[in-house]
Design a protein around this ligand. Structure first.
Ligand code: AKG
Length: 224
């Protein structure tokens, strides 16, 4: 871990708790702007994103190009299957490992997988979904770190998405994810609330988000 991140103590972080029915989030901006700028630069210079079939997504059986760039890193042998895609974890780059180790110090959790999404501008987005795939160990929070353009992150209760009389009037919750911020999505949030990163066409800046996850160990195998 870099000396700058090492100087941040878990006790120094002032977390904001965001709660609702089945929703449990912790939000903070623990990474100072100058450090966040340096990390964003390193992410921009060192990460390469998936191409070909791994840069496509299946929605209701149809295949589309991903409306953003994506890559995944993790411990050896890990794969993650979601939206019809089976994504292999590439070996950790130093700058991503630095963030993984920072989260370990902050939360006590040693994450073994991260999905990185780059939104090249405000047109790039991510649709409503839950991170509740069988590959994930849902006992742990998903830790989301953001750099670059601030974008709204929108959470919607599953009952508010239902059609017809079963629909409940539960307002969405929006969190602005700032440069250098950390959002912890604690259980059972991802069973009950969908989340999305909607397009904001007027925003021109790029943003990189990393969601650190803990996988079910049965999903891991070590390649010989
Ligand atoms: O970019 C974001 O903040 C959202 C990422 C996300 O929803 C995910 O990785 O599942």
């Amino acid at each position: 871990m870099s000396s700058e991140l090492k100087t941040i103590e878990a006790n120094d972080i002032s977390w904001k708790k965001i709660e609702n029915e089945g929703l449990d989030l912790d939000y903070a901006v623990p990474i100072a702007r100058s450090v966040a700028n340096r990390i964003l630069k390193e992410l921009n210079e060192n990460l390469e994103y998936f191409t070909g079939d791994l840069a496509k997504i299946k929605v209701f059986g149809k295949v589309y190009p991903l409306p953003r760039q994506q890559v995944a890193y993790g411990d050896p042998g890990i794969t993650y299957t979601y939206s019809g895609l089976k994504v292999p974890a590439l070996p950790w780059p130093a700058v991503v490992l630095e963030l993984r180790d920072f989260l370990h110090k902050m939360t006590g959790i040693k994450y073994d997988f991260v999905l990185v999404n780059k939104y090249r501008n405000g047109k790039d987005h991510m649709g409503e979904h839950r991170d509740n795939e069988p590959d994930l160990d849902t006992n742990y929070p998903i830790a989301s770190i953001s750099f670059g353009e601030e974008r709204p992150f929108v959470l919607k209760h599953k009952d508010a998405r239902k059609p017809g009389p079963n629909k409940r009037q539960i307002p969405s919750v929006t969190v602005k994810l700032e440069h250098g911020s950390v959002l912890l999505m604690n259980p059972p949030t991802n069973d009950i609330w969908y989340h999305s990163l909607p397009a904001r066409k007027k925003l021109l800046g790029a943003r990189i988000n990393l969601t650190f996850r803990k996988m079910n160990t049965k999903n891991s195998f070590v390649c010989s």
